[in-house]
Design a protein around this ligand. Structure first.
Ligand SMILES: C[S@@+](CC[C@H](N)C(=O)[O-])C[C@H]1O[C@@H](n2cnc3c(N)ncnc32)[C@H](O)[C@@H]1O
Ligand code: SF4
Length: 314
């Protein structure tokens, strides 16, 4: 693919987050791509899951009580309904997340369209603004989501063009992608963050909607593809799913044969809860909290297999 063709390629991006220190080495810019093959019950990015643009409504910002009707007038599909008590509701059957008529009309940013079509060049111009920070901190670009490799051609074009611009690259993946895509991406990646959520396929499927065979198979192939490339395997520690020493030791034993693999556990958090409400969805794990005192035990369990290859989340 030529540099020009790559630059023009377009994909659906729902956020660009600067100055991150959690998703790869150094200071990074995270580009979040729409779409995910999994639907994890704990997902903190519910706005990432669908492959189409989605309208979110933050009722707390809405000015309807001061008789603002701009979004109702802007919507071409009549998908915004005014109730008898003056509150607004989105008729999800009518709304197709069209490119932002209502969101642009809203004076208080109460409506957000998650998923904007953007070109590689446009995205990387934003990423390049912080090139000086990357150089000093060994940081760079991280593709996340959703599952960033689900938009395979766009993700590959982003990674290739970032490398042409001498920006270091990383990806956060759930691994549920065609091997060919992961293999092709690997050539342009300096660092991979790869989720291993559970070793039992039935339990994995019950809480993520997908079995884990392809995820584990891809992981093995990736770890062997370039033994000099570090992979950070990560497990979100989810109450009632994998917050036991047994579950973590099973994962650690799977990782143990690959010396280029490091390991980190991410304690469950509920930072995504509000976004479910903005999308008119019920958070599947609303009432659940993690007893954080379990983390040192789980870290010890992982270290009993992987030693100092276990990292403690920042
Ligand atoms: C939003 S995901 C995007 C990348 C990819 N879809 C995945 O799951 O690996 C980024 C990281 O956040 C983690 N994560 C998602 N929801 C979480 C939650 N509620 N608590 C802790 N970690 C969470 C995922 O396990 C993953 O390691
Ligand atoms: S794989 Fe990642 S983005 Fe997809 S649903 Fe699970 S946590 Fe969310």
């Amino acid at each position: 693919m030529s540099a020009l063709e790559d630059k023009k390629k377009k994909g659906l991006v729902f956020n660009i987050q600067k100055y991150s220190v959690h998703d790869g080495p150094g200071i990074r810019t995270i580009v979040f791509l729409k779409g995910c093959p999994l639907s994890c019950n704990w997902c903190s990015n519910p706005e990432s899951q669908k492959s189409e643009p989605e309208l979110a409504f933050n009722a707390g910002r809405c000015l309807t009580f001061s008789k603002c009707t701009r979004c109702l007038q802007a919507c071409l599909r009549g998908a915004i309904i005014r109730e008898a008590d003056d509150t607004l509701r989105i008729d999800r059957a009518l709304c197709d997340g069209c490119p932002k008529n209502c969101a642009e009309a809203c004076p208080s940013q109460g409506l957000i369209v998650y998923g904007q079509e953007r070109s590689v060049d446009d995205v990387l111009k934003v990423v390049e603004q912080d090139a000086a920070f990357y150089t000093r901190s060994s940081g760079g670009l991280t593709l996340s989501g959703g599952e960033p490799l689900m938009q395979g051609e766009f993700a590959l074009a982003l990674l290739r063009d970032a490398r042409r611009r001498r920006i270091k690259t990383a990806v956060e993946t759930c691994g549920m992608v065609p091997w060919k895509t992961l293999e092709a991406a690997s050539e342009y990646l300096n660092y991979v963050l790869y989720d291993i959520k559970h070793m039992d396929s039935g339990i994995h499927e019950a809480q993520t909607g997908c079995s884990n065979e392809r995820i584990l198979d891809n992981f093995r192939k990736l770890a062997l593809l370039d033994p000099d490339k570090t992979i950070l395997a990560r497990t979100p520690v989810i109450p009632g799913f994998n917050d036991s020493e047994e579950a973590i030791i099973a994962i650690a034993k799977f990782l143990e044969p690959f010396p280029n693999v490091r390991y980190e556990m991410l304690p469950y958090h509920r930072l995504g809860t509000q976004k479910y409400h903005f999308l008119d969805r019920v958070p599947p794990m609303d009432e659940v909290t993690l007893d954080k005192s379990v983390m040192p035990r789980l870290i010890d369990a992982a270290r009993s297999v992987l030693g100092d290859r276990v990292e403690v989340a920042k």
